[in-house]
Ligand binder design. Structure first.
Ligand SMILES: Cc1ncc(COP(=O)(O)O)c(C=O)c1O
Length: 385
């Protein structure tokens, strides 16, 4: 291939290979147990696969409607209304997307322009900042407290300026495994009163909460619902991250604008998978049982680490568990995570890269969306450190 010989002015000069790719590659090279990236190592429900096969055989192999298959939008609407008491009109207030990632990218692209400020709460999932920057926006960070990952709402309010166009929240929170309380949601609602700020509420782990903690969807709060895109992911809920299927729900006025970008970006998501999900969602047990399913895995993982030297606060939600390794070593988290994979064959994710200014609190993240056998093997090794 002849080379491109001219200068490339990158729109994302800071972006490197993500830590997920790096750790995934290291895990493969060292045949390690991979508890780094957030995906299950077990199969989805075979009946869901059968439903996709059936839809393909029935001929749903061409473009789906731009905003998504209507039966699926109706099921999403019903689910949100039953769980959170808010009605989103399937026609004008729900769009099916290629994972939550595409929903988030498209919302940012549709609304953020040059020098618009977007408040991002750190540590943050890594897809927000590049999406803001590629659109010319400026991420403005609010760092969660290290000890309990609580947000200081005074600090949050001090970051709001006339240029603030958007706020991105994520609850249940990756990577900390904490959940925004009702008080937090009310603080957010109050802080945004009398502004035209739009909110992205990344709720991809809405069905994975533990110990009776309730997920507080932004859709429950009048003052938030009227300015928020709630983003969901079937990948996380049905163990099908590779299918990349998600959605967003928001007020019709905002959704109209969203779809202007969506239709020229992806146009529509996989037709057969949407058909299958519309049927699969008819049984609420398919998502209501998830809390229990993952709580058992979290408990198995914690039990396995109970005699280890890691300091641990049990995760309240998501399928991630943070651990503090400072009783084992004072090495930087990236060095510790690398030695963990090369010497002990366990891959994790160091957290400093998700913090403002790379703050290193000696925390690494494990994903426990794994078979019980994998979790037992991993904790046996980790207990000996
Ligand atoms: C907080 C958060 N948001 C969004 C996503 C992406 O979801 P999807 O796979 O549906 O694009 C992830 C995946 O890890 C995540 O952890």
């Amino acid at each position: 291939m002849p080379k491109y010989k001219h200068k490339i002015i990158s729109k994302l000069p800071k972006v490197k290979t993500t830590i997920f790719t790096t750790m995934g590659q290291l895990a493969q090279k060292h045949s390690a147990i991979n508890l780094s990236q957030g995906f299950p190592n077990f199969e989805p429900d075979p009946s869901l696969i059968d439903l996709v096969t059936l839809a393909m055989k029935q001929g749903y192999n061409q473009y789906a409607p731009m905003a998504g298959v209507m039966e699926l939008r109706e099921m999403i609407s019903e689910k949100i209304e039953q769980l959170y008491g808010r009605h989103y009109h399937p026609e004008s207030e729900i769009t099916v997307t290629i994972g939550a990632t595409q929903a988030i990218f498209t919302i940012i692209t549709a609304f953020i322009g040059s020098n618009d400020e977007v408040i991002v709460i750190k540590p943050a999932y890594d897809c927000y900042e590049p999406a803001i920057e590629v659109n010319g926006g400026v991420p403005v960070f609010v760092q969660l407290n290290n000890s309990d990952f609580k947000i200081d709402w005074e600090v949050f309010r001090s970051k709001i300026t006339p240029r603030t166009k958007m706020v991105i929240i994520n609850t249940p929170h990756n990577p900390s495994g904490t959940i925004f309380s009702k008080e937090d949601m009310l603080e957010l609602q109050r802080s945004l009163e009398n502004t035209d700020i739009i909110v992205i509420s990344d709720e991809v782990y809405e069905h994975i909460t533990f110990d009776g903690h309730e997920h507080e969807s932004a859709s429950k709060y009048d003052g938030l619902a009227s300015r928020t895109f709630v983003c969901g992911s079937f990948g996380k809920t049905f163990h099908i991250t590779g299918w990349k299927m998600g959605y967003c729900a928001g007020p019709a006025e905002l959704m109209l604008e969203f779809r202007k970008t969506h239709q020229f970006n992806v146009f529509s998501a996989d037709h057969a998978v949407q058909k299958a999900l519309a049927t699969y969602l008819k049984n609420p047990q398919h998502y209501l049982g998830l809390n229990q399913f993952y709580q058992e895995k979290r408990d198995l993982f914690l039990q396995g680490l109970s005699t280890s030297r890691f300091k641990i606060k049990p995760s309240q939600g998501t399928y991630f568990q943070l651990v503090d390794y400072s009783d084992i070593t004072q090495e930087p988290d990236e060095v510790f995570a690398e030695s963990l994979v090369t010497e002990h064959r366990i891959a994790s994710i160091p957290i400093s890269g998700f913090n403002t200014k790379g703050i290193d609190n000696h925390l690494i993240r494990f994903c426990f969306a794994k078979t019980n056998a994998t979790l037992e093997k991993a904790t046996e090794i980790l207990s000996k450190l």
